[in-house]
Design a protein around this ligand. Structure first.
Ligand code: SF4
Length: 265
């Protein structure tokens, strides 16, 4: 039997009031959810092509680029959660999983190394596949980005990230032969997905760590005064947390790479 609640309808309220009420709920929820408090640089960031951006992160520079309600990241985060639960549930149902263990290790923490300023470089790898010995990361991206990754590969930041997770798994004692980044469309049909992979190469991680360690030494010595002298790159500056158009105080905010084109990996 359907329960009947008291009539609270308001003859003066229309669909626009409903729209406003739900909009407020969504915005309040998104803006009040806990933000990432991570100060330490992680595997997803230290391979970024811009030295200044890495330096700003290591220096704890203030985030100045407020890009409004982070709706697209919210979609990506929720898709990420769905993918994690789907794979984790599935892997327990595979034949002999109770004897051989799961095929997929899902979202497990790995330690990539301790080489950046003596700080451990830790991260959460989306999937390690024990059958193909592959460390995989998902990216939920928009159509324009997806076309760029399909045409040009994952770019240095995501490539370093994938190899870093692989190194973390090796350090845990698991064999890794391949790395992969699976680009999944955030606003297109599933068939648009793009799966990139290559053989694991530890040298990519060592080179990236050495580069970040050099930037870290500059920041340790000079603080944010290092930022103006660090080199920049045309790498999606408008999405950078330290981007402020026409800023002249580079120690506080970056005006972007000279002549930046906007969407460039
Ligand atoms: S705005 Fe561009 S140039 Fe400046 S730190 Fe960020 S990525 Fe580098």
């Amino acid at each position: 039997m359907t329960e009947v609640f008291p009539d609270i309808s308001n003859p003066d309220a229309g669909p626009e009031d409903l729209h406003q009420a739900l909009t407020k709920l969504f915005i309040d929820t998104i803006t009040n959810q806990p933000r990432s408090l991570q100060k330490r640089i992680g595997p997803s960031e230290y391979g970024h092509p811009c030295d200044r951006r890495i330096g700003a992160k290591l220096a704890g520079a203030q985030v100045v680029n407020n890009r409004g309600i982070p709706w697209k990241p919210l979609i990506g985060t929720n898709m990420h959660e769905w993918a994690k639960e789907t794979v984790a549930r599935h892997t327990l149902t595979l034949p002999l999983a109770d004897i051989l263990g799961p095929r997929y290790m899902v979202e497990m923490r790995v330690n990539v190394g301790d080489e950046i300023d003596g700080e451990p470089l830790n991260g959460d790898c989306d999937i390690y596949d024990r059958v193909t010995a592959t460390a995989l990361d998902y990216k939920f991206v928009g159509g324009e980005q997806l076309r760029g990754y399909r045409a040009n590969g994952p770019g240095p930041q995501y490539r370093v990230q994938a190899h870093s997770y692989a190194r973390g798994w090796v350090r845990k004692g698991y064999p890794v032969r391949h790395v992969a980044v699976w680009f999944l469309p955030r606003d297109q049909e599933f068939r648009q997905n793009h799966f990139w992979s290559e053989p694991y190469d530890e040298q990519i991680v060592i080179d990236a760590m050495n580069r970040a360690a050099g930037i870290s030494r500059m920041v340790s010595a000079l603080g944010t005064a290092a930022l103006p002298i660090l080199s920049t790159a045309d790498a999606m500056c408008t999405y950078c947390p330290y981007f402020l158009p026409a800023s002249t105080e580079v120690e506080q905010a970056c005006p972007g790479h000279p002549g930046a084109t906007g969407y460039v990996r």
